[in-house]
Design a protein around this ligand. Structure first.
Ligand code: NCD
Length: 383
């Protein structure tokens, strides 16, 4: 039997294209484990699908239609690392597409306490369920599980809901979906004004995904970038959009990993590194705040860091661009002033809700019911 360690060592040596190929089927994600699996077409298809699900989900008939789609499938939410919003977001997403689910949230209630290898626990789960959605403290474990699935007689898809300090691809999908919506809204409003068209949310939403709204935009990532997996995954997605500029603002001890910077420059994306949020906030079109990930401290080493300098405060609001989008994967601590919640630039609650629609879209796409959704949407909702 292949062990986790040997597998992870080999994974580190395998190039990204091979890793992606092992997780995709017909060039589209079958397992959703790495952000690098999502190219621009796939990202934008998912965003459109999320928009359709959201529109259908707004009415009784549409909601009832969605619930029929996957009522014959079952999901396992294997979340053995703390989570409220991601867990509940996936639970809600399953409910939207009618998929019953069960969960394991504690290793202490599994047969692992009897000495069962975690791999075997997961092999067993895959005999009862049709989808595994997992959050795990170990980097690479979701990928390891997906590869185990590929070897099983009955292969079921694996969705990574957060793997150690490494990746959180579904958070990145909902983040980019949120950015698309934020960046296209002013543009759509302007277009509606000049063309006399209706509300931007209706006729023009299709235009949202026909252009690259990231070209010429500066997106800042702020905080503990070394250990925050959401920033790593979102950076991979943003590298699909030429012309975007990335600004990594963090204490020098907690800067983003060299592997990510290598990926960014390898994709010809402009970036800068800074440790001074106050002087840079005025140039940002989006700012992605993150908390200190001190659960990863080995010896309380982050206690000596002045994290307050990496906080977004009300006092800075005078420098904000009018269309700045403030994002945060949450949970927040003091790095995001609660008084900012009332500003139109605060997009983090919308970001949470976007996550539910995006995760429903991802599940629908993995199970190929996206076509049925599109047909239904166009039959009943487009005009
Ligand atoms: C993030 C995570 O778990 O990585 N939260 C989330 O999923 N929304 C960010 C964090 O814990 O700081």
């Amino acid at each position: 039997m292949r062990t986790m360690d040997a597998r992870l060592e080999r994974l580190a040596e395998t190039d990204t294209a091979h890793r992606v190929a092992a997780l995709n089927r017909n060039d589209k994600p079958f397992h959703a484990v790495l952000a690098q699996q999502f190219d621009r077409t796939t990202i934008e298809q998912l965003c459109r699908l999320a928009d359709m699900i959201r529109a259908l989900g707004g009415a009784r008939q549409g909601t009832q239609f969605l619930r029929t789609l996957l009522s014959h499938r079952r999901a396992m939410l294997y979340f053995i690392q703390p989570s409220t919003r991601t867990f509940l977001s996936f639970a809600a997403a399953c409910q939207i597409v009618g998929m019953p689910y069960n969960s394991v949230r504690e290793r202490s209630t599994s047969s692992e306490v009897k000495g069962e290898a975690e791999e075997d626990t997961i092999r067993v789960l895959s005999q009862y369920f049709d989808l595994i959605i997992m959050r795990h403290p170990a980097e690479g474990f979701a990928e390891h599980v997906a590869l185990i699935q590929n070897e099983m007689p009955r292969t079921i898809p694996v969705i990574n809901g957060g793997s150690g300090k490494d990746q959180h691809p579904t958070q990145a999908l909902l983040d980019i979906y949120t950015l698309f919506r934020c960046f296209s809204e002013p543009r759509l409003e302007a277009r509606a004004e000049t063309t006399g068209a209706e509300a931007p949310h209706q006729r023009n939403v299709a235009a949202r995904y026909t252009e690259n709204p990231f070209a010429g935009k500066t997106i800042a990532f702020v905080g503990d970038l070394m250990r925050g997996r959401t920033v790593r995954s979102l950076t991979y997605l943003l590298c699909r959009y030429p012309g975007v500029k990335l600004l990594f603002v963090s204490p020098p001890e907690l800067q983003i990993g060299g592997d990510i910077l290598e990926y960014v420059s390898g994709n010809n994306i402009a970036f800068e590194i800074s440790d001074d949020l106050v002087s840079r906030i005025g140039e940002c079109d989006a700012v992605y705040m993150t908390r200190l990930q001190d659960e990863h401290d080995v010896d309380g080493e982050s206690k000596s860091i002045d994290y307050y300098r990496f906080s977004l405060t009300c006092e800075m609001a005078g420098s904000f661009k009018p269309n700045l989008a403030i994002l945060h994967p949450l949970p927040r601590r003091k790095e995001l002033d609660q008084r900012l919640d009332a500003l139109p630039q605060a997009k983090y609650w919308a970001q949470v809700r976007n996550g539910m629609w995006m995760r429903a879209a991802l599940i629908a796409s993995i199970f190929s019911v996206d076509v049925a959704i599109r047909d239904h949407y166009h039959a009943y909702y487009s005009f």
